[in-house]
Design a protein around this ligand. Structure first.
Ligand SMILES: *Cc1c(COP(=O)(O)O)cnc(C)c1O
Length: 364
């Protein structure tokens, strides 16, 4: 029996273990401790953002961002329906209304042409999501947002390492948010962060994540806030991960290239990012031919010891957000997409096994 190839497995083979033990040995296990600042500095250096603030997961990063931009009841936030549900739940948590946008057929990402149709005087934020490690059309989105005076929060959870014309995603809008969940490009177990260009905004984010406490006077709480702090243990894992980020990204890009070459002759469709994108290839995802029974194909691959994942379902089809909306491109992609094993420790031989399993499942 061949061993199971999982869809994802984090690579913790660097200094992760040593740094976690350092936290325990030094007793700095909570949200104070030296690794927090080192982790934030590493994220700032990687993205080129002047300010990076760690939080405890990617969902609260989104909530914190929207909260600090003043989003609340009565406001609308434009978000692609084809996204991970956290992008939408964070909007609902503020009391604002998510307004679902269609995606583009080519890159599966927020279609800037939707903005004109969906924007109203209540639109407070546009929330593009850089899904699967590809960059949204930020020049078009920013041009619209700036012309209308609408803020932009970039959900960069899946796109650490992705640049558009050399500029890291998450730095185009007002705030970029990250997740460091176990299957993200850099993991801290559970973790997240926000980045911002504006110093005053960054200070508001930092204050709100720590119960609204003054940044200069302890136990003096100037605004309502939350406990969204990351632990030093999580940051320690993250610092070790950032040390190897170039290596992790290079391996993921090599895997994506090998998949694309090996599957070039098959009737599957890959995400096609816009010109100027250097993607982070978070999860290599593709669309199966129309008419393929996706569940049957994934079961076939599982029987060959290869784990795959369906892409996300559309948010506008979830019970709590369903309004009878019809977004044909998003629904088509959500119904036909699968993600292939794409973790840095995947060997070339294992990748070839994934390819063989897919070819066999497509043919049967
Ligand atoms: C992972 C992810 C999140 C949320 O991150 P958590 O850390 O799991 O809360 C948000 N948006 C997208 C697009 C994601 O992939």
């Amino acid at each position: 029996m061949q061993s199971l190839i999982p869809a994802y497995r984090p690579d913790l083979s660097g200094n992760e273990r040593a740094y976690v033990l350092d936290c325990i040995d030094s007793s700095w296990i909570s949200s104070l401790g030296a690794y927090i600042a080192r982790f934030e500095a590493a994220l700032a250096a990687t993205t080129g953002a002047p300010h990076a603030v760690s939080v405890c997961n990617g969902t609260v990063a989104l909530h914190l961002a929207l909260h600090c931009l003043g989003v609340g009841p009565g406001d609308e936030v434009i978000v692609p329906s084809f996204t991970y549900i956290a992008s939408v739940n964070a909007i609902a948590l503020t009391g604002a209304t998510p307004v679902f946008a269609e995606c583009r057929e080519s890159d599966w990402l927020l279609d800037p042409a939707e903005l004109e149709r969906l924007a109203t005087p209540r639109t407070k934020v546009i929330l593009p999501v850089h899904l699967y490690g590809a960059a949204c059309d930020m020049p078009a989105i920013m041009a619209f947002a700036q012309q209308r005076g609408i803020a932009v929060v970039e959900d960069t959870a899946e796109a650490l390492g992705c640049t558009l014309h050399g500029r890291h995603v998450g730095t185009f809008g007002d705030i970029g948010t990250f997740s460091f969940f176990g299957n993200k490009t850099v993991t801290t177990g559970e973790g997240g962060a926000v980045i911002a260009n504006d110093e005053a905004l960054a200070a508001r984010l930092r204050q709100a994540k720590g119960q609204g406490q003054s940044l200069t006077r302890r136990y003096w709480h100037e605004v309502m806030g939350f406990n969204y702090r990351m632990t030093n243990i999580a940051a320690a894992i993250g610092v070790a991960q950032f040390e190897r980020l170039p290596e992790i990204l290079a391996r993921k890009r090599a895997l994506a290239l090998r998949y694309r070459q090996a599957l070039a002759g098959l009737p599957v469709t890959f995400q096609r990012p816009i010109e100027g994108v250097s993607g982070s290839d978070w999860l290599v995802s593709l669309l199966l031919p129309r008419g393929t029974d996706r569940d049957r194909l994934m079961a076939d691959m599982a029987a060959q010891q290869v784990e795959t994942r369906p892409v996300f379902h559309c948010a506008h089809q979830m019970p709590m957000y369903a309004t009878g909306l019809y977004l044909p491109r998003s629904e088509d992609i959500a119904a036909r997409g699968i993600s292939l094993p794409s973790f840095p420790g995947l060997t070339d031989r294992e990748l070839d096994r994934v390819v063989a399993a897919l070819i066999q499942a497509l043919a049967s």
